[in-house]
Ligand binder design. Structure first.
Ligand SMILES: [Zn+2]
Length: 457
């Protein structure tokens, strides 16, 4: 009796373990089956995991950005479009992990929980993925960069649709260069810099210092600052690009006077500066299609007064991520509330079955409503009073440029961040041009070219 009882218990335990395993496997299969099927060692995916029989990737207007023809992945006929769209669409091998061909690999290949992968019989049964981006704007941004490296990000700050997301260096996915891994010109070419890079923000960070000042200094607009071209703080010289003399805050921002913002940062103090910077999205990442952006960073813990001063003008250890700066500008335009960006408008099956539809979601509040309204007015004044509306013809732009010292004997990183106020063109943007020199001459023309292309479309 005793033996039988023990045997029953063992059997029962084995049965329980088996059932548990079955339930666990089924759960894992349902959750991760697509990922397993997409592994490179799956023979159904020809060419080491390439998307030989997958669905199409289309832009917002139906332009085909990637498709499979006779077992080969093909890209658009225009080389500039192929290069411009590389980081959003992704390459055939999945080396660009943040590209849609990597992120939506299972959907494109037609993986389904019940039937597995569609048989690769030459006719694609994969899903098509339609993006929010406009390939015309992609090409315009790429060409405006003029061979420089950097990042361009533009989105609709009401809906969250990303219209343009370009990163350089890039390469032609239809003719992958043989020296991609060894030629330093392609260093970091797999990285989408708009999502995964940060640069010193330079004067674009003055938007943050301005917000901190707006919220804490009641008589800000009545104040007069004095710029003699330099100021000594904590026995260190802070320099300005100009000699602005007696200057009010609005002109200090428009003319990007370093002395105004260095003095404000010191007056506000490290705690207030950090509080505002973090509220505005520094020291955290944002998510787009499940990809976390590289966090912008602001850290003045232990900074001395002159270092705090430099931090207020976007130098010291400040770093900014282009996508975050775009979202931040969208928040300024939206009364302080950010809309989260997205890239995939729709995933549709070849059988006409309904698929995923993308939508922007309300993001965090990055600014108080009154702060956002005042920032918007200052940034509009920056363009009308200083750069001139002719730099963005008919586009009603609010913006701030930056020229960020990066050290190492390199030319500064040129920046512009901003947005259009036009009701029919609610676009926010961030452009960073590596070794671009002045933001006004490197990044501003890129933003203007893309917005003009958007307005013309
Ligand atoms: Zn100055």
């Amino acid at each position: 009796m005793k033996t039988t009882g023990t045997r029953s218990l063992v059997l029962l335990a084995l049965l329980a373990a088996f059932l548990f395993g079955l339930v666990w496997f089924t759960g894992e299969f349902a959750l991760d089956g697509g990922g397993w099927a997409m592994q490179a060692y799956n023979g159904h995916l020809k060419g080491g995991g390439q998307l030989s029989y997958a669905g199409q990737v289309l832009d917002r207007n139906g332009v085909v950005l990637a498709q499979s023809v006779d077992g080969q992945r093909q890209y658009p006929p225009d080389e500039a479009t192929r290069r411009a769209c590389l980081h959003v669409v992704g390459d055939s091998d999945g080396a660009i992990s943040t590209g849609v061909q990597s992120l939506y690999r299972a959907e494109l290949a037609g993986y389904n929980l019940f039937t597995g992968l569609a048989a690769p019989d030459g006719s694609s049964l994969g899903n098509d993925v339609r993006l929010t981006i406009d390939s015309r704007l992609q090409a315009a941004a790429y060409q405006a960069l003029g061979g420089k490296n950097g990042a361009v990000a533009v989105y609709n700050y009401r809906t969250g649709e990303v219209l343009c997301l370009v990163s350089a260096p890039t390469f032609d996915p239809a003719n992958v260069p043989g020296d991609l891994e060894t030629n330093s010109a392609y260093e970091g070419a797999y990285l989408n810099r708009a999502l995964s890079a940060t640069y010193p923000p330079g004067s674009t960070f003055k938007v943050v210092t301005a917000a901190a000042a707006i919220e804490r200094i009641p008589d800000l607009d009545a104040r007069t600052f004095t710029c003699t071209g330099s100021a000594v703080i904590n026995n260190n010289e802070i320099t300005c690009d100009g000699v602005h003399g007696e200057i009010h805050f609005a002109d200090g921002l428009a003319k990007s006077c370093n002395i105004v913002f260095a003095e404000l940062a010191v007056e506000l103090g490290a705690d207030a500066m950090t509080e505002t910077a973090e509220k505005m999205g520094f020291n955290r990442s944002f998510s787009i299609e499940g990809v976390d952006t590289k966090p912008s960073s602001y850290d003045v813990s232990g900074a001395e007064a002159h270092e705090l001063a430099w931090s207020g003008i976007g130098q010291y250890t400040d770093l900014a991520n282009p996508l975050h700066m775009m979202i931040l500008m969208g928040a300024v335009a939206n009364g302080g509330e950010a809309v989260q960006p997205y890239l995939v408008q729709e995933v549709s099956s070849p059988l006409g079955l309904p698929g995923k539809t993308g939508a922007g979601s309300a993001g965090p509040r990055l600014l108080d409503e009154t702060t956002a309204a005042r920032l918007e007015a200052y940034l509009r004044y920056t363009i009308t009073s200083y750069y001139g509306d002719e730099t963005f013809p008919g586009l009603e732009v609010c913006a701030k440029t930056g020229t960020a010292e990066v050290g190492g004997g390199k030319q500064p990183c040129g920046w512009i961040v901003g947005f259009s106020q036009r009701e029919d063109l609610p676009l926010a943007f961030a452009v960073a041009v590596e070794e671009g020199g002045y933001g006004r001459s490197s990044a501003l023309p890129v933003a203007s070219a893309v917005l003009q292309a958007a307005a013309a479309g």
